[in-house]
Design a binder for this molecule. Structure first.
Ligand code: SF4
Length: 203
């Protein structure tokens, strides 16, 4: 793909395509308690250096990129685990505030990280893990075909949306409660973001 977008854009797109468009098309951003806590958790993961944990080598804050998916970002932690043929296999670990979700948002984001690492290193990565803040434990994620297809299709759709600058209309739902952009989005009123921003510029 010609354009690359941050990995966080995919996370936003999977959560709500309109949220992704508000950030990457309309350039709106707002922080709330959830985004602030998430950022602090990532900072903690990013603050370490390369080292070993339980006999496994790990790198922190690893820059990653995929031209095929049109994504770039930073992997919180990449463990290098011994493979069956003696070669080390990257094992991405992502840190998240909150608890495991029914939806594939977090799993797809981790899978996208693995696909970036595969493209960069010529490796095959079958699984990784997400460390959740509540409860404080890891959830293993298998990068199977449906999850990889979800990542590929979502990246294609997300790039099309950003390139054509099409912001989808708001559809109010449960996810809006924790959305940092609900002030700009106004999902219940149907008011569009342009009107909201123009209103803010009025004397
Ligand atoms: S408030 Fe709801 S519809 Fe609007 S961007 Fe957030 S999640 Fe999407």
């Amino acid at each position: 793909m010609d354009r690359t977008l941050p990995l966080s854009a995919l996370q936003h797109y999977l959560y709500c395509p309109r949220q992704c468009a508000l950030i990457h098309v309309e350039k709106v951003w707002a922080e709330n308690r959830f985004t602030a806590e998430g950022r602090l958790l990532h900072l903690r993961a990013d603050s370490g250096s390369a080292g070993r944990r339980g006999g496994v080598a790990e790198d922190r804050a690893v820059p990653i990129r995929s031209d095929r998916l049109g994504l770039y970002g930073v992997a919180d932690v990449v463990e290098m685990r011994p493979g069956p043929d003696g070669r080390e296999i990257p094992y991405p670990v992502e840190y998240k505030r909150g608890s495991p979700k029914v939806e594939d948002w977090d799993r797809a984001q981790l899978c996208a990280q693995a696909m970036c690492l595969e493209e960069m290193l010529g490796a095959v990565i079958r699984d990784g893990a997400i460390f959740y803040g509540k409860p404080r434990r890891r959830e293993r994620v298998v990068f199977d075909t449906p999850l990889r297809s979800l990542v590929e299709q979502s990246c294609r759709d997300m790039h099309t949306m950003v390139e054509t600058a099409q912001t989808p209309p708001a559809t109010h739902g449960k996810r809006c409660r924790g959305c940092s952009l609900k002030g700009a989005c106004m999902p219940k009123t149907g008011q569009d973001v342009e009107r909201y921003l123009l209103k803010g510029l009025e004397p």
